[in-house]
Design a protein around this ligand. Structure first.
Ligand SMILES: Nc1ncnc2c1ncn2[C@@H]1O[C@H](COP(=O)(O)OP(=O)(O)OP(=O)(O)O)[C@@H](O)[C@H]1O
Ligand SMILES: [Mg+2]
Length: 342
């Protein structure tokens, strides 16, 4: 327990930022979007307010998503966004908070450094990092401290993190830049190729949520889609089915499944035995696409479930790890690596 101010946990995601305060739980959940005035460089809006402006801004305003594929692509904007969000939840406090930020397991040291610096610049006294799949497992209620293997697949907006966890550490993992965003892109490509219809990212996102699926659906769903016909240039209405979505998603799905198989292949046999008993847990918003658990079960032969709190899992796990903040080294070390070193 910290004597000065509040310690906070942040899930700095590609799609959204969630902030957890010890004793309070999740206090902020906002899209990772910032609107900036191009002429003055002034930050106009952050989060949900800025998201409403995406794709709809007049010339002098830009709405930016400063994180892409799980890492910071616009450092300055990320820092300003974090500062706003932190300020929103802690307000003014005399002592700066200690912050745990969760990062994808595959990030480089340079990228780690960027996250730490952004946290410090945004007002943290100290920044600690935790790997996303470790946080996801803790958030899903798994006791990761035992010598027992657990398999986690976290599919976010920008990255899919796949990891085998035992004794609080990552034993094997893969992090690929294929997740919810790429599913949207796949829908846009499919609509263009199959229907000669141009649609925007928002429409693709709606389609993914309403009719998207990756395993033969129990009931066929259909949705009316409005877009611009590529042949006439005029608006056009087309009816799309969930079975078509399976076609659209084939490529990103196969890439994720390939990574899952690779991680399983590299996992030591004792842990594979544990995993076949414990099952696979899926977290992250991307795992909510219909039928993902069924697909993974069918392809691996291992019982797979989507965590109940799939979207908030990582933030909750990051928050819970605040309890062991005293054991963590600040800076470039993170929970799982520290444990592996010891
Ligand atoms: N019900 C749903 N069905 C399908 N996809 C969904 C659903 N809800 C959210 N998503 C998708 O989940 C993704 C966001 O998930 P999440 O919040 O876990 O990502 P993130 O943690 O911000 O990203 P990352 O971990 O890659 O940095 C988005 O691509 C969103 O479209
Ligand atoms: Mg995430």
């Amino acid at each position: 327990m910290c004597a000065f101010g509040k310690d906070i946990g942040i899930d700095l995601g590609t799609a959204s930022v969630l902030i957890y305060i010890k004793g309070k739980g999740i206090v902020l959940n906002e899209p990772s979007v910032v609107a900036i005035d191009k002429d003055t460089g002034k930050l106009l809006k952050v989060g949900a307010d800025a998201q409403a402006m995406l794709g709809r801004t007049p010339g002098n305003i830009v709405a930016i998503r400063p994180l892409r594929e799980g890492v910071i692509s616009d450092y300055d904007v990320t820092e300003r966004m974090l500062k706003e969000f932190i300020h929103k939840v802690v307000g003014f406090q005399f002592f700066k908070p200690r912050i745990i930020i969760c990062v994808p397991s595959g990030i480089t040291e340079v990228e780690e450094r960027a996250v730490i610096d952004a946290g410090i610049q945004a007002g943290a006294r100290r920044v600690y990092l935790i790997e996303e799949p470790v946080a996801a497992a803790i958030g899903a209620g798994i006791d990761i401290t035992k010598p027992d293997g657990h398999f986690v697949i976290d599919i976010g907006g920008g990255t899919a993190d796949i990891a085998v966890i035992s004794l609080s550490g990552v034993v094997e993992s893969a992090s690929i830049k294929v997740a919810g965003d790429q599913f949207n892109e796949a829908i846009i490509k499919y609509m263009r190729r199959k229907h000669n219809l141009l649609i925007g990212e928002r429409t693709a996102e709606q389609m993914k949520m309403e009719i998207g699926c990756v395993f033969p659906p129990e009931e066929e769903l259909t949705m009316e889609i409005k877009g611009r016909c590529l042949l006439t240039g005029l608006p056009k209405l087309i009816s799309v089915t969930s079975t078509e979505m399976m076609d659209a998603f084939e490529e990103p799905v196969e890439r994720i499944m390939e990574a899952v198989h690779q991680v399983l292949e590299r996992t030591p046999p004792e842990l594979v035995a544990d995993i076949s008993t414990n099952g696979i847990v899926m977290t992250g918003g991307g795992s909510l696409v219909r039928g993902f658990d069924k697909l993974v079960t069918a392809r691996t032969g291992i019982q797979t479930v989507v965590a109940e709190n799939a979207i908030s899992c990582v933030a909750e796990g990051t928050g819970k790890s605040l309890e062991s903040i005293g054991d963590m080294k600040d800076g470039t070390m993170n929970l799982s690596r520290r444990k592996q070193i010891n």
